[in-house]
Design a protein around this ligand. Structure first.
Ligand SMILES: [Zn+2]
Length: 450
């Protein structure tokens, strides 16, 4: 089982400098490869990442673009993994794009990475570094001090070095033997989880789990600091005599205060991301530990983000990260994750008699069923409906046509997608194998934490 551990590095000035240059190299090589890919595709060719890498290797020590002011190839100072990995990352990104398109999902073509805007990281192959307790020996920089020792034992598959709000991290991917990675479950319940707007999560047993409180205070501070920061930007614009939008390529003079403010903002965002991640970890661990099956909605998160009012709430809950953690942890605990089709009307069905409430509006927190007079809390009712998808109880009670799809071993058979939904069992191919470490997929929904 592939698991990752992301460990903070105590960097020296020289190491920080090298890391920044190596990450910058990885970004430039990615951009070069993507530009070549696009050029070839535009000419009707079929680009190939490995052929691009070969082409790059031919020019990387001679092309003027890759030489420094003295005419020397600066790439020689950077370990080759940092400039070789972007090619396989690009191949992977395109493969994912075509797969998603074929599956009829929303897909985005790989994009160019912008300095200061994109995640900064570079890769290290497993034979290029070694871990020794609380330190690691990396190519070009030698020994670096780590804040923790590696949590997993197993075969080390690779690592990436990345930056978050001024701090550097080493994310080590380890292939942990299954018997070591497995954890004992403490319960065999089946729980439906409604990821909500007012509570972070509502469980089918009626429990409402609120987002962590420090988050609220931090979010308030975030608003204040972002406002301050944008005022500084406005001031800089006014000083430069710019009205309206800043033209492309224009560089505003950067004051010390603005730099300081930007760093403070980044730190706060990183803290918020950490608090959130910690909360999500605890919740997902608990769900996988106590349940043989957890049912969640397969939300169209992108679609909901487009809806301004809900956007904030959904971003806060970090649904993608929640689902990602559930998926890999369910393997460790032997729990099953069941996805309800996003069209399954979990909120609108009465969990007692199955009557559908077509009038239910987004703002209705509670409602009374017209069929059986039951008074429902919106979120609890939705969570119960989700739970029943896995147990089949909904089908038994409401005599709706049963789906042929069987649930996995252990749980009850006969899923009943009332209202024309479909249920999918999450497969476990999305571990943490990507080079960027634990927060891989979180970036899309959680706040930008860099
Ligand atoms: Zn009812």
């Amino acid at each position: 089982m592939l698991l990752a551990h992301r460990i903070r590095i105590n960097v020296t000035a020289a190491q920080r400098d090298y890391f920044a240059r190596a990450a910058g190299t990885a970004r430039r090589v990615w951009n070069w490869a993507l530009a070549e890919w696009n050029r070839q595709a535009a000419r009707g060719l079929r680009p190939n990442a490995m052929a691009l890498k070969k082409a790059f290797n031919r020019i990387k020590y001679s092309d003027p673009e890759w030489l420094d002011a003295d005419g020397k190839p600066w790439l020689r100072a950077i370990h080759r993994d940092a400039h070789a990995q972007p090619f396989s990352n690009l191949a992977k990104a395109w493969r994912r794009y075509f797969e998603q398109r074929r599956a009829g999902q929303l897909a985005h073509v790989p994009r160019f990475k912008k300095k200061g805007r994109s995640a900064e990281s570079f890769y290290l192959a497993n034979d290029k570094f070694r871990l020794e307790g609380r330190s690691a020996v990396l190519p070009k920089v030698g020994r670096v001090a780590l804040r923790e020792t590696l949590r997993w034992s197993g075969k080390i598959m690779g690592a990436s070095v990345s930056r978050e709000a001024g701090h550097w991290y080493l994310a080590v991917q380890v292939d942990v033997p299954d018997q070591l990675a497995r954890r004992r479950r403490t319960g065999d319940a089946v729980t439906g989880v409604d990821s909500g707007v007012t509570s972070a999560a509502t469980l089918s047993n009626g429990e409402k789990i609120a987002a962590p409180r420090p988050l609220k205070a931090a979010l308030r501070r975030l608003r204040i600091r972002s406002r301050r920061q944008s005022r500084k930007l406005e001031a800089a614009k006014a000083a430069a005599g710019i009205v309206g939008r800043i033209g492309k390529g224009t560089r505003l003079p950067v004051s010390k205060n603005r730099t300081k403010g930007a760093l403070a903002l980044a730190r706060l965002q990183a803290r918020i991301a950490r608090v959130r991640r910690d909360f999500t970890h605890k919740l997902t661990t608990r769900l996988c530990r106590e349940n043989q099956a957890v049912v969640i909605e397969d939300l169209n998160v992108r679609g909901m983000l487009a809806n301004g009012r809900l956007a904030r709430a959904i971003a806060d809950v970090g649904f993608y990260e929640f689902r990602r953690q559930l998926t890999y942890k369910s393997r460790r605990y032997g729990a099953h994750i069941v996805l309800a089709d996003r069209w399954f009307p979990s909120s609108k069905l009465c969990s007692r008699c199955g009557t559908r409430n077509r009038e239910l509006a987004l703002g209705d927190r509670a409602w009374t069923c017209a069929g059986c007079d039951a008074l429902h809390d919106r979120d609890v009712n939705a969570a119960i409906n989700l739970q029943r998808l896995a147990t089949g109880a909904l089908a038994a009670r409401t005599a709706l046509p049963e789906a042929s799809q069987a649930v996995t071993r252990g749980t009850a058979a006969g899923l009943a997608p009332a209202g024309g939904g479909k249920v999918t069992l999450v497969r476990h191919e999305h571990g943490q194998q990507d080079g960027s470490g634990q927060e891989e997929n979180a970036v899309h929904i959680c706040t930008r934490n860099r």
